[in-house]
Ligand binder design. Structure first.
Ligand SMILES: Cc1cc2nc3c(=O)[nH]c(=O)nc-3n(C[C@H](O)[C@H](O)[C@H](O)COP(=O)(O)O)c2cc1C
Length: 191
């Protein structure tokens, strides 16, 4: 139910002309609860989880290891709609990481190989990254690029979904889905 609804709203946003509604806001927090939000790309929406990928050295990956609670917000401007998903994450297995790595185009793999070990660290200029990319390009010319130790995926396991439709002339509509005993309870909330 809520997963289908989310897919339908994303697909509608795409059909209306949005280039990539799958870039969403992800909020993570430290163990002490200090929050930090950022954009990530939804890689896949499965029957009961939502997948995204990152690098182990990023702040988000470190925060999610110490505090798996997270929240996603999708803003769909062409429909004036919002979806909020609250839940927890679990890391993907190394086997799954490998599978998604293999599906990535060669030049994306190269980019990841260059910046994954350095994610979030200070650099002097983009030139550093470009030189490294050229070196790797030579090294892996016509050869498969092995997965970096830093590439990692997470599955987001929702506990709540909020579907918000902004009413212009009328009231806004808010529908909440809460998970309870493996089923989804649907409720309308006052906006
Ligand atoms: C359109 C867009 C898509 C992005 N997608 C991702 C992504 O899928 N994974 C990721 O780790 N960072 C992605 N980023 C970069 C993050 O927003 C963020 O700046 C970076 O990962 C550092 O976040 P952190 O310090 O909270 O870990 C994207 C940025 C933009 C603008």
């Amino acid at each position: 139910m809520p997963f289908d609804q989310m897919q339908q709203w994303l697909q509608k946003e795409k059909d209306l002309g949005s280039p990539n509604p799958y870039n969403i806001v992800l909020a993570t927090a430290t163990r002490e609860g200090i929050p930090h939000s950022k954009i990530v790309a939804i890689k896949e929406i499965r029957a009961d989880t939502i997948l995204f990928f990152t690098q182990r050295e990023t702040r988000k990956a470190k925060e999610l290891q110490e505090n798996p609670c997270a929240s996603m917000t999708l803003w769909l401007p062409l429909q004036q709609r919002e979806v909020i998903v609250d839940g927890k994450v679990e890391p993907l297995s190394q086997e799954e990481n490998e599978r998604y790595w293999q599906d990535m185009p060669h030049d994306r793999q190269l980019m990841f190989s260059v910046y994954s070990p350095l994610s979030g660290k200070a650099i002097d200029s983009i030139r550093e990254l470009e030189d490294e990319r050229l070196a790797l390009e030579k090294k892996y010319k016509d050869k498969p690029i092995p997965i970096t130790d830093f590439y990692c995926g997470f599955k987001f396991i929702p506990a709540y979904f909020y579907f918000y439709t902004l009413g212009n002339a009328s009231f806004s509509e808010v529908i909440r889905y809460a998970q309870s005993h493996k089923t989804w309870e649907k409720q309308m909330l006052s906006p």
